[in-house]
Design a protein around this ligand. Structure first.
Ligand SMILES: C[S@@+](CC[C@H](N)C(=O)[O-])C[C@H]1O[C@@H](n2cnc3c(N)ncnc32)[C@H](O)[C@@H]1O
Length: 180
């Protein structure tokens, strides 16, 4: 339990799912396309930072064997109930992702694009109405951050739908290198 996970506990505990800015019942197009183009086939997968587990439930129905992890105990408890209600076999765990990466496993991540000057203003750090602080990045930073530990298989500039319009972001599809 740390300061950030407490803040997320508060958001998931106090707000209705539809008023949580990132909560979406649709799978992001970029993940959907990886499956449609057969770059990823149904397999065992971890939804890291699963929140209420919406993506886990969608992927489970598409044949993936899902595990959800989130450091918010409130989110994971609600996510487990939502999965159980639909009789989906998904296990949700309270974990801090920083401690859980496997060699050779594939990871998909999204970072907001610093060139988006519509989403919460401008600059590298931007505060949202929920009080969370988001970081906005660029491809050079992403390469520099991840390349010592990951093979970056794809790094793309994409649009992701938000509640009030599209946000600009980068997606990175990566494979963890072997630890030496
Ligand atoms: C922007 S939300 C996205 C939630 C969900 N994937 C969705 O799209 O609805 C980010 C989630 O990551 C979780 N999170 C942030 N940092 C984390 C960490 N270090 N370990 C585990 N979960 C984390 C938060 O609790 C939150 O649920």
């Amino acid at each position: 339990m740390n300061k950030s996970s407490k803040r997320f506990d508060q958001i998931y505990g106090e707000q209705a799912p539809e008023s949580i800015p990132w909560n979406s019942l649709e799978l992001p197009t970029s993940i959907y396309d990886l499956i449609k183009n057969k770059q990823i086939k149904a397999c065992r997968a971890i939804d890291i930072g699963c929140g209420l587990g919406n993506y886990s439930r969608i992927l489970s129905k598409m044949g993936f064997k899902m595990t959800g992890i989130d450091f918010s105990s409130v989110a994971t408890e609600k996510a487990q109930k939502l999965a159980d209600k639909e009789l989906l076999s998904i296990e949700m765990y309270i974990r801090n992702v920083a401690k859980l990466l496997n060699d050779n496993a594939y990871y998909f991540t999204i970072a907001f694009n610093e060139e988006d000057d519509y989403f919460e203003g401008k600059g590298k750090f931007r505060e949202t109405p929920t009080g969370s602080v988001l970081y906005f990045s660029n491809p050079n930073e992403i390469q520099k951050l991840f390349s010592p530990l990951f093979h970056i298989l794809d790094l793309k500039n994409i649009a992701i739908p938000g509640k009030n319009g599209n946000h600009r972001a980068y997606y990175a599809f990566m494979q963890k290198k072997n630890a030496v």
